[in-house]
Ligand binder design. Structure first.
Ligand code: MG
Length: 203
């Protein structure tokens, strides 16, 4: 499986990093080695001193597809959860300054802890969902999917022009404002509405 991540999909987050507002979705990928199996800790990597959390809604693809039209995109998923797109912000800054790809900063082992998937029928409207991240019980990030620049169906339509989506692929749909550093010893908990779907420690 592969993990596709959308960047700069919330205006308030693009602004906090002084990035331009994109006119079309920005995406990159993480390998399956970025996943963290349930309840295992996130191991703070030795190559960075500034690992940031980015809480994001994650969609699981349930059907193979290429060139999917936006109006049919809803047929390609039925479960979502919340995940963390961990980012080595210091390494990413160096990559950006040199105009290099971001993989070192984004695709490293354990950089994609992902929660328990929930059927979308459990939510009233996936385009109006509050999701959040707490560190040691304190809310650090909270967003609403209605603020996405590109919604889930638009993302699927766009990405599938370039990359075939396969059963079991994940799409991380971008983070709202409030990204920040984590440190060893932190307990991270992530929610959609009041459902806690992901919990792990930083070691
Ligand atoms: Mg992200």
């Amino acid at each position: 499986m592969k993990i596709i991540c959308i960047g700069r999909n919330y205006v308030d987050h693009a602004k906090e990093l002084n990035n331009p507002i994109p006119k079309e979705p920005v995406f990159f990928m993480k390998p399956d080695t970025a996943l963290i199996q349930s309840r295992n800790p996130f191991i703070y990597p030795s190559f960075s001193n500034d690992i940031h959390h980015e809480v994001e809604i994650v969609v699981k693809i349930n059907k193979i597809g290429k060139h999917i039209e936006e109006r049919f995109a809803h047929k390609y998923y039925e479960e979502i959860t919340v995940g963390v797109d961990f980012t080595a912000r210091d390494v990413q800054q160096q990559c950006k300054e040199k105009g290099l790809p971001w993989e070192k900063a984004k695709a490293f082992d354990g950089s994609a802890p992902t929660g328990k998937f929930v059927n979308i029928s459990e939510f009233n409207d996936i385009n109006n969902l509050i999701f959040s991240l707490q560190i040691n019980g304190e809310t650090k990030q909270q967003g609403n999917t209605k603020d996405m620049l590109f919604n889930i169906n638009q993302i699927i339509a766009y990405v599938s022009q370039f990359v075939t989506l396969k059963i079991g692929d994940y799409i991380f749909t971008g983070t709202p404002a409030g990204v920040g550093a984590v440190k060893i010893g932190d307990k991270i908990e992530c929610f959609i509405e009041d459902k806690k779907l992901l919990s792990f420690n930083v070691k």
